[in-house]
Ligand binder design. Structure first.
Ligand SMILES: [Cu+2]
Length: 414
């Protein structure tokens, strides 16, 4: 007798990743002696001491526990339960936690290795997590010849200004953009989740020559020997241009960058919260460094950009949890009740997002780099051509199918 597992509606190894949001886990008893009585099986976790931790429930919205006993039919019919990462206990490596299934006599029936894959504070990554991330980013860049060029091209001034920055779609657009990049990195190394830079806190483990590098006196970022970013290139130019204009964010948070508590105190309306596009977002872009990161047309040339924007997205996620703003139809969850199509194209709730929609007729830009949004083996949303509305309910709290497949280490489900 053994148990066959299907997680996230897939049997692919690429689907064996959990977040704080529930993942469906389908079980099937194989090679059982036929019986009218079901066989009792128990699910539990087996984890490395520093590994991720998981919990189980018979229903998606039910109570999650460390062990779950389920009556299984002996005729091979499947039973679906739910599994989620235990908040505060993310994985640090692929497969560092497993679902273990046993029968009533504690005989093992099956083992499913997993990872609780969570976006974390870049300053607190293990050296292995950091190294996997920079290696995958470098591979995506491939000395300037790789897929990364599309991401740089999506964020070019003149194309991305209106679509990504000039209205309430700023946050949803960048959420889709980060998700696309993260999924491309996961194709290289599925254990990767984007890290975020807390730009309102000193981050000594980020701004050193082993991670995001240290600018020299002429604004060329320096890395240690064998760092994969030694060969970083964009637009035919070698290296990363980042010039220190203030004490390093490794040592000090800039007083010009709004602290998180103030950002989250914006109140329950999106219309007020989205002013964070100016400060802390804009302030974080310009208060520490000159060079690429300080202007829209060049910011995405610097890999630091993605850590900065991951924190912008995390602040939005934190605000959403604090104010229960997951329902796209709630006027305070997005755009403050603007009438449909009253905003610039790409900023209305039901608008598709450029460039993934491929639309290159006015008022959209004349080209659309990058093609479809990358798919995930774990979740179906948002599909290849996302809408603004699909970026709101990212943990599937209003609709199970809306789940985008990411969580933040310090942002609870609700
Ligand atoms: Cu930005």
């Amino acid at each position: 007798m053994r148990i066959d597992f299907t997680i996230n509606n897939s049997t692919q190894p690429e689907a064996r990743y959990a977040t704080w949001a529930p993942s469906p886990l389908r079980l099937r008893l194989l090679d059982a002696v036929p019986s009218p009585q079901p066989v009792q099986v128990t699910l539990a976790e087996r984890r490395n001491p520093t590994g991720g931790s998981i919990r189980f429930s018979t229903t998606r919205g039910g109570t999650y526990s460390t062990r779950l006993t389920i009556p299984m039919p002996t005729d091979g019919q499947s039973v679906t339960v739910y599994l989620r990462g235990e908040f505060g206990k993310p994985s640090t490596a692929d497969g560092d936690v497993s679902v273990i299934c046993q029968d009533a006599a504690s005989q093992p029936l099956g083992l499913l290795p997993l990872m609780v894959r969570i976006r974390k504070n870049a300053n607190r990554l293990t050296s292995e997590e950091r190294d996997r991330f920079i290696a995958a980013m470098a591979q995506l860049n491939n000395r300037g010849m790789g897929r990364f060029a599309d991401f740089r091209s999506m964020h070019v001034s003149g194309l991305a200004d209106d679509q990504a920055h000039a209205g309430p779609g700023f946050l949803p657009w960048h959420r889709a953009y980060l998700l696309d990049l993260e999924r491309e990195l996961q194709l290289i190394d599925p254990s990767i989740a984007l890290p975020y830079w807390r730009f309102d806190q000193a981050s000594p483990n980020v701004f050193n020559t082993g991670f995001m590098g240290v600018p020299d006196s002429i604004g060329a970022v320096q890395f240690g020997p064998s760092h994969p970013f030694l060969f970083w290139a964009t637009d035919g130019e070698q290296g990363i241009k980042r010039r220190a204009i203030a004490p390093s964010p490794g040592a000090n948070a800039s007083p010009a960058v709004q602290a998180e508590t103030s950002t989250l105190a914006a109140g329950p309306r999106y219309a007020a919260f989205r002013r964070m596009q100016g400060n802390p977002h804009g302030a974080a872009h310009v208060s520490y460094f000159g060079g690429s990161i300080s202007s829209i047309s060049t910011a995405a040339k610097d890999p630091l950009f993605f850590l900065l924007h991951c924190n912008v997205d995390r602040l939005w996620a934190k605000w959403q949890v604090q104010n229960k703003r997951f329902d796209p139809s709630n006027v305070d969850a997005y755009a403050g009740g603007a009438t449909p199509t009253s905003l610039l194209a790409g900023h209305n709730l039901q608008d598709s997002l450029w460039p993934w929609n491929g639309v290159i007729t006015p008022p959209r830009p004349p080209n659309a780099p990058g093609g479809d949004l990358s798919r995930s083996a774990c979740v179906d949303a948002p599909g290849p051509r996302p809408l603004v509305s699909q970026m709101i309910d990212f943990q599937g709290q209003i609709s199970e199918k809306a789940q985008l497949g990411f969580s933040y280490d310090d942002v609870r489900l609700s």
